[in-house]
Write a protein that binds this ligand. Structure first.
Ligand code: CO
Length: 174
């Protein structure tokens, strides 16, 4: 009597095999989790973080919106389009985001004096947070800039005579 050595060996092998299957199963689950984490991280890196804004100007000297909204601490990408047909020397449009406390009328007068040579941005842009190029009908400019501190900021078109009608605010939230 006594234990059958073959039987014992078979039992040992079966138990060992199951244990291996279980452990390898656990490992592959771990790998899946790791792969998922890596995938998520790279998605976050690739996705453009921040706010995408779109604004346009037309041949009637109008922006399509006068209120823009973005979140503080993020990049802002603004796509600005002139959806009209008139030349930029006749009906030029830009987007000029002014620093807090800038007098719009005073700035617009200085912009008119600065003229085409400085693309209608006076004083080397010291009063400006960000701006696009001056555009004519059919043209588009895309700019990216860091959102300023939370608050309300004026934006205008600095083409002579346009800021009276072409103005609005960009609100930066917390
Ligand atoms: Co304009």
């Amino acid at each position: 009597m006594g234990l059958n050595p073959n039987h014992d060996m078979r039992t040992y092998l079966i138990v060992t095999t199951i244990a291996l299957m279980l452990s390898s199963c656990g490992e592959s689950k771990k790998e899946e989790k790791t792969a998922l984490k890596i995938g998520q991280t790279s998605t976050q890196v690739e996705a453009p973080s921040g706010t995408a804004l779109a604004l346009s100007g037309n041949d009637m000297m109008q922006f399509d919106k006068n209120e823009l909204l973005a979140k503080g601490g993020e990049k802002i990408t603004l796509t600005f389009r002139h959806v009209g047909q008139l030349d930029k020397r006749v009906m030029g449009h830009n987007f000029v985001l002014l620093k807090p406390g800038t007098d719009i009328t005073g700035f617009a007068n200085e912009a008119a004096s600065a003229g085409e040579a400085s693309d209608w941005i006076p004083n080397d842009g010291v009063q400006v947070i960000a701006h696009t190029k001056m555009l004519g009908g059919g043209q588009t400019d895309v700019i990216t800039f860091d959102a300023p501190e939370p608050g309300v900021y004026d934006f205008i078109c600095s083409f002579p005579g346009h800021s009276a009608m072409m103005r609005g605010t960009l609100t930066i939230t917390e």
